[in-house]
Design a binder for this molecule. Structure first.
Ligand code: AKB
Length: 330
């Protein structure tokens, strides 16, 4: 789709002057299409530009503006932000926990240098910057049940280390340069679209396996508890958080979450729909990552400060997942 800007000379116009124009990097991942849709509903289709290094599907191309953007190329990011008069940058481009361990140099490049690029561009052009953090930003020395917003963070994955770095750099840029930096620590995200390379991914695979082979090979022990949430809750929270007035924010980085469960608890819930689902437990290297992460997440500050409210509990989440996935497998 064509991208409109305010300038006549570009041959386009910005459809509503007062609305922010948003650039989403890494927009073809698990979260980008859904967030783009919510922000387009709020700010207009052409005011939300999706970008990625991968090729977009027809559905994405038809949904609104899409551009190639490599988060490692700071000049190209600058060019896009200037040419399209970007006001908010949502920086989703990152490698997740398990894949990061398999490719540490690349994870350092994308998750650390990429964040530096986002910070610099946002500072230079006075943009609002959102980038997600994660339960993975905590480690074995953190209180795990529950994990509060402020506590020891000594993660043992490159993913976690890069996310703590991003939180601290964003907060530093906020205090030093006045950058409107905002970050949410996401738990595992449950959605019908599959993520790639995370430690919480098993939960999504279990839904898909239940509706196909009815056998799920789980790479974690049955009693591994982790915080999770349904994608709709997470995306609404992200959009609301970005729109929250500055004065409401006592912090720049907040935990959010809604449920926590173990593989055996999730299996029990899915068996309400697929009674003969079988789980074969075969823990691998991801067990160690999961064992160092929060089991339950405290998100009291998000509720108090900017009115965060999740809607889906475990059974509500399973119901909507089944409703959305069933037609795909018919
Ligand atoms: C992962 O498992 O790496 C992610 C996360 C919790 O940040 N889903």
């Amino acid at each position: 789709g064509a991208v409109s800007t305010r300038r006549e000379s570009h041959g386009y116009y910005k459809d509503v002057e007062t609305r922010p124009r948003v650039l989403i990097t890494g927009a073809l991942g698990q979260l980008g299409p859904g967030l783009a849709q919510i922000l387009r509903d709020r700010f207009g289709r052409d005011n939300v530009i999706m970008s990625d290094i991968n090729k977009a599907s027809d559905a994405v191309l038809e949904s609104g503006p899409f551009l190639f953007a490599d988060v490692m190329d700071v000049r190209a990011l600058r060019e896009i932000c200037v040419n399209y008069e970007i006001d908010w940058l949502v920086h989703f481009g990152a490698l997740l926990s398990a894949i990061g361990e398999a490719n540490v140099p690349l994870a350092m490049q994308v998750n650390i240098e990429g964040v530096h690029n986002a910070l610099e561009v946002a500072r230079q052009y006075k943009m609002k910057l959102f980038l997600p953090s994660t339960i993975g930003a905590f480690g074995p020395d953190s209180p795990r049940d529950p994990t509060p917003d402020l506590c020891i963070q000594r993660p043992r994955t490159i993913y976690g280390v890069s996310k703590v770095h991003a939180e601290l750099m964003g907060e530093y840029y906020h205090h030093k340069f006045g950058l409107d930096f905002r970050s949410l620590r996401y738990p595992g995200v449950i959605s019908t679209d599959q993520p790639g390379g995370g430690t919480t991914d098993y939960a999504l695979h279990m839904f898909h396996d239940a509706l196909t082979t009815k056998v799920h090979h789980c790479y974690l022990r049955p009693d591994t508890r982790m915080p999770m949430m349904y994608i709709d809750d997470l995306l609404t929270a992200t959009a609301n958080f970005m729109q929250a007035p500055e004065r409401a924010l006592r912090m720049r980085t907040y935990n959010i979450g809604s449920v926590d469960f173990t593989p055996e608890e999730l299996a029990a819930e899915i068996r309400k729909y697929v009674p003969d689902l079988e789980i074969v437990y075969n823990p691998d290297h991801r067990q160690e990552i999961a064992d160092s992460w929060p089991q339950r997440f405290s998100y009291l500050s998000a509720e108090q400060d900017w009115g965060y409210r999740p809607l889906y509990d475990l059974s509500g989440m399973c119901e909507i997942m089944m409703q959305s996935l069933l037609p795909k497998y018919k």
